[in-house]
Design a protein around this ligand. Structure first.
Ligand SMILES: [Zn+2]
Length: 445
């Protein structure tokens, strides 16, 4: 999906023999994204790679002039991937492209073999009689489509988050889902499962969309299907993780800081360029740019959260550690690197003039205003809910986000430098206004 290039990048490419991937654009957001994905790469929650990424982040934020740069450690139950294969064994033989979902239970030696029972949706699985899947493997299909605002991920993503628990509750020995994704490359998409409390995890994997299409076609013939699964990854408790926090101090330290967040961890299948190295690049570059005309009134605090992907542990740890410390407002960038097309607020009526000022500044960039119900994002979710903070969402174009999300294809070459810079520009406009606002900013009721 390298369809979008900025004109400057194209002309530079024409003038040199360097490949696009070797050519830095020089911006802070690009440099963070390129260097983090090159020098560290995949950084799964709780891993040694994530620990290296924290040290890398401390060094980079310090070099960029941030102050009070520190790591706030916590421990997590991580997921360590093992061997993973799947073979449809009847009525036809096919090797499938599969990946384990986060917190899948492991298969035993030789794998798990059994009848594969097709469900066209999570709702169809929920309607299956209790105990009807005993010893069988459930297949959960769905019909997720591309959307600009990414809104399909909420409902269709439940096939991954909740589907394995629903299948296990009906006696299933294993579960396979159509990847929660929108591209027909033969890449499976991983992502975490939420098991109901006390439930023993069963093996659970996602197959690529073409493999899911194959299973759906065969299911329509009513011929019995069977599958062999080898999914040896498993949960591992007590792994070290942590948040990296840094600040650009404001002129008035008595005013609560503006909190802006991204997440430092990534899934293990790729280098996590879209998800979420780019987000860290955007917020950090924008914080610096918002200060270019001089030190802001309020402190801008950046949170590069750890262990988001497997359950937003960094966001929870941040809220616990900082629950008694007031914050002015929270924002987050965790939806790839494509352009900002809309701003949403969650502001009280009293702050409408401020909202209008921000909206007018963003209108100059062609950014539209959405409804007054921004949600802030995963990593600031806990502190926002606890302190009832006002939030602003800069909504990015999510049309191709779920082509890449949680796949081996989430790599640097997918980032369009011009769209990345558009994000920085939009964020800097908002931060400059917010960080210089003396009045308290209140959320909508
Ligand atoms: Zn993310």
């Amino acid at each position: 999906m390298r369809t979008l290039f900025c004109a400057a990048a194209l002309s530079a490419l024409a003038l040199t023999t360097a490949s696009f991937a070797e050519m830095p654009s020089g911006g802070t957001a690009w440099n963070i994204t390129a260097d983090l994905t090159t020098e560290i790469g995949a950084r799964p929650a709780g891993s040694a790679q994530e620990a290296k990424a924290r040290d890398w982040a401390v060094a980079r934020l310090t070099a960029l002039g941030f102050q009070k740069v520190r790591i706030e450690p916590f421990t997590v139950t991580g997921f360590v991937r093992g061997a993973e294969t799947a073979e449809l064994t009847a009525p036809y033989q096919h090797r499938l492209h599969i990946t384990a979902l986060g917190y899948s239970g492991p298969t035993s030696k030789g794998g798990l073999s059994g009848e594969l029972v097709y469900f066209p949706s999570l709702e169809a699985l929920r309607a299956a009689p209790e105990g009807s899947l005993r010893g069988k493997i459930a297949f959960i299909d769905h019909a997720m489509t591309r959307t600009q605002d990414g809104s399909a991920y909420g409902p269709y993503g439940n096939a991954r988050r909740q589907g394995p628990g629903v299948a296990a509750g009906k006696g299933a020995a294993g579960v396979v889902i159509r990847s929660i994704g929108t591209a027909h490359q033969r890449n499976p998409h991983t992502g975490a499962i939420s098991w109901p409390d006390g439930m023993k995890p069963i093996p659970a994997g996602a197959v690529s969309l073409p493999d899911a299409d194959l299973i759906a076609r065969i299911a329509r013939t009513d011929k019995p299907m069977s599958i062999n699964l080898v999914l040896e990854g498993k949960a591992q408790p007590d792994m070290p993780s942590g948040n990296v926090i840094a600040e650009l101090p404001g002129r008035d330290p008595s005013l609560p800081p503006v909190l802006i967040a991204c997440h430092l961890d990534s899934w293990d299948l790729a280098t996590g360029a879209f998800d979420d190295a780019a987000g860290c690049g955007v917020i950090t570059a924008a914080a610096l740019r918002a200060q270019e005309k001089g030190q802001a009134l309020r402190t801008i605090r950046v949170l590069w959260a750890g262990s988001e992907e497997i359950g937003v542990f960094g966001g929870a740890a941040y809220a616990k550690a900082h629950r008694d410390e007031p914050h002015a407002l929270a924002m987050e960038s965790d939806f790839g690197a494509d352009r900002v097309w809309r701003v949403q607020f969650r502001f009280a009526a009293a702050n409408k003039p401020l909202q209008d000022r921000i909206a007018a500044a963003l209108a100059q960039m062609g950014i539209a205003v959405g409804p007054n119900r921004a949600n802030g994002g995963a990593d600031v979710g806990a502190i926002t809910a606890f302190q009832k903070l006002a939030v602003i969402d800069l909504d990015q174009d999510g049309t191709r986000y779920f082509d890449l999300h949680h796949t081996p294809d989430d790599t640097l070459d997918k980032i369009d430098p011009s769209q990345l810079e558009q994000n920085v520009a939009a964020w800097a406009i908002v931060l400059e206004i917010i960080a210089n606002e003396a009045e308290a900013i209140l959320p909508a009721d």
